[in-house]
Design a binder for this molecule. Sequence first.
Ligand SMILES: *[C@@H]1O[C@H](CO)[C@@H](O)[C@H](O)[C@H]1NC(C)=O
Ligand SMILES: *[C@@H]1O[C@H](CO)[C@@H](O)[C@H](O)[C@H]1NC(C)=O
Ligand SMILES: *[C@@H]1O[C@H](CO)[C@@H](O)[C@H](O)[C@H]1NC(C)=O
Ligand SMILES: *[C@@H]1O[C@H](CO)[C@@H](O)[C@H](O)[C@H]1NC(C)=O
Ligand SMILES: *[C@@H]1O[C@H](CO)[C@@H](O)[C@H](O)[C@H]1NC(C)=O
Length: 316
Amino acid sequence: MPHILSITLFALLVPSLLVPLCSSYNHSNTCRSYCGNVSIDYPFGLKYGCGHPGYRDLLYCINGVLMLHVASGSYRVLDIDYTFQALTLHDPHLSTCNSIVLGSRGNGFVVEPWRAPFLTPVPDNAFLLIGCSVKSSLFQGIPSKHLACRNVSGLGCEDYYRCPAWGFIGPTNVGLVYGSGPPECCTVAYDDLGAGQGVNLTKLDCQGYSSAYSLAPLRIDGPHEWSYGIRVKYSLQGHDAFCKTCEATRGTCGYTGDHGSEITEVCFCETHNSTSNCDSTSVESMIAEAVVLRTSSTYAIILIGFLVSMVLWNKD
Ligand SMILES: *[C@@H]1O[C@H](CO)[C@@H](O)[C@H](O)[C@H]1NC(C)=O
Ligand SMILES: *[C@@H]1O[C@H](CO)[C@@H](O)[C@H](O)[C@H]1NC(C)=O
Ligand SMILES: *[C@@H]1O[C@H](CO)[C@@H](O)[C@H](O)[C@H]1NC(C)=O
Ligand SMILES: *[C@@H]1O[C@H](CO)[C@@H](O)[C@H](O)[C@H]1NC(C)=O
Ligand SMILES: *[C@@H]1O[C@H](CO)[C@@H](O)[C@H](O)[C@H]1NC(C)=O
């Protein structure tokens, strides 16, 4: 009889001991969020400390509109493609097939040098620079004067001139044969301008710009069907091992450190913050866990004490 009693008690007590332990693992990723219809997930974050440090101070949610801030200005983020690791950006002063915006009001695209390895326009994004000065560095290339201008992934100025917007401006040099001055439009890819230069309209001495990108090898009928916007790829440059390990142990990836001080990656765990992952048993994490498990431990001590006395009692 005493055996059955202790087994019954054990069977009743053990689950009640484990329940608080299990429910403490109801872990919600506090960094994952939405802005309008765009989901924000690693390596991005809206809160400081969330995501990878290469993307800190980058995205802001303003009245349900996701904005991206870099050196050249602010852009609306229309989409974050986590599969292809790309963002689609919109600049309100970007010229399209229906309107050409002059007066150097467009942003172009320039990122801070420290961020450049993490964020760069895709190679098949075409930047169509409009109304650039004869003195622009674009036209100073050697050996050809117009070295820089080309078609990028089938997107180029010859086709762009067919847009209705040019009807109002009237490209003076449509079908221009190089030699009689710079073309009204010159298409380049981001990397054509040189490492770290960016598309700086002021520096390039251009009046405006358009940007278009081609996804999948779709058959495009003309410039009215182009996708206008800036397609940017993000890359962790192989520095994603920390987060993979952190997430594998049910952690949320982030970073600590203030502007100026050293930034370190951190794994936010259920009960503590770790500089490696949630299964690591650093001294701080053991202290943090001890506090949380205190209540459960009290139960455990009572239970063990009870079982020990039961065993001793049975021996008699
Ligand atoms: C986890 O906890 C949150 C509150 O912190 C609660 O809203 C949510 O429903 C819980 N999820 C589960 C699966 O228990
Ligand atoms: C663009 O170039 C101009 C002139 O060289 C410079 O003053 C400006 O800081 C540059 N803008 C960016 C965002 O780098
Ligand atoms: C979000 O909505 C805008 C228009 O409201 C649309 O252009 C964009 O593609 C949408 N993005 C996603 C990820 O659905
Ligand atoms: C760009 O492609 C068009 C055809 O779409 C062609 O007529 C033009 O010569 C090409 N331009 C350059 C600079 O290669
Ligand atoms: C973990 O770090 C975050 C951000 O630095 C902080 O808000 C939180 O209180 C920390 N949690 C613990 C358990 O130390």
